[in-house]
Ligand binder design. Structure first.
Ligand code: SAM
Length: 240
């Protein structure tokens, strides 16, 4: 049985300790997720134990690749956040972050607005729309220190959706698993065209599990050319 105390032990693997406020917020987030999931499709993972490990622990595992995130006031955007992963757990546990949650599905944005309100999270905003369109908005393009994204698209497509949001010297972190290792080779050209450089790939198992994880860290070394991202849908259909 995987319970909260085991979750806290596993978090120590990432050098993360939770105070009562953070624990309560994670539990309230779970309650809302479970409630809303009963009348809309938010996530296939709903059992407490699974959510703790496969959503919360997984979201927080970014500290393996980008240690500074734990104590920074970075401007972070989560592209294709869905029910708020990895963005919401990151904000709860690292409350200094300034967070933008972006998704193309309005009903998920509605859920996230409720979470933000009920958990009284500060400096979090939601944006409804396609990443391809929103990356053309001057208030969002090249404005973020970090872009994160999990389970949205292959790395080549995702680089076109995400890198335009990242400021020069900032990073895009893609949450993948070991079996996506090959995606880096297929995305090499796209990453370069978009102004990025694959700085590292961080592979590990989630603690006490056989769940393999791979975080790709892509540094923005040059501005993204104006022509990217291409029109909505094209990055998915014809990856660079
Ligand atoms: N990141 C979450 C997670 O790991 O649980 C959600 C993953 S879900 C499989 C993919 C999400 O990406 C969906 O909520 C979908 O609406 C969103 N999405 C897909 N393509 C998008 C795009 N081009 N722009 C914005 N959101 C997109």
């Amino acid at each position: 049985m995987y319970d909260f105390s085991q979750f806290e032990k596993d978090l120590l693997f990432f050098n993360i300790k939770l105070d009562d406020e953070k624990k309560n917020r994670l539990a309230s987030f779970y309650d809302l997720l479970k409630e809303w999931n009963s009348y809309m499709n938010l996530t296939a993972i709903t059992e407490w134990d699974d959510v703790l490990k496969k959503h919360f622990l997984d979201s927080l595992s970014i500290v393996r690749a980008v240690k500074e995130i734990r104590s920074s006031k970075w401007n972070v955007i989560d592209v294709g956040t869905g029910a708020g992963f990895p963005g919401i757990p990151l904000k709860i546990v690292f409350p200094e972050l300034r967070l933008t949650l972006l998704d193309s599905l309005q009903k998920r944005i509605l859920f996230l607005n409720t979470v933000i309100d009920k958990l009284d999270l500060k400096d979090v905003r939601t944006v409804h729309g396609r990443a391809e369109d929103l990356a053309r908005n001057s208030q969002m393009r090249e404005c973020y220190d970090v872009c994160v994204s999990r389970a949205v698209a292959n790395l080549a497509t995702l680089s076109e959706l995400c890198l335009p949001f990242v400021r020069k010297e900032g990073v895009f972190v893609s949450y993948k698993t070991e079996k996506n290792g090959q995606e880096a080779e297929n995305a090499a050209r796209a990453i370069q065209l978009l102004g990025g450089n694959l700085e590292s790939r961080c592979a590990f198992l989630l603690p006490n599990s056989d769940l393999s994880r791979m975080l790709f860290v892509i540094r923005k070394i040059m501005k993204t050319p104006e022509k990217y991202p291409r029109k909505a849908g094209i990055p998915g259909r014809q990856p660079l």
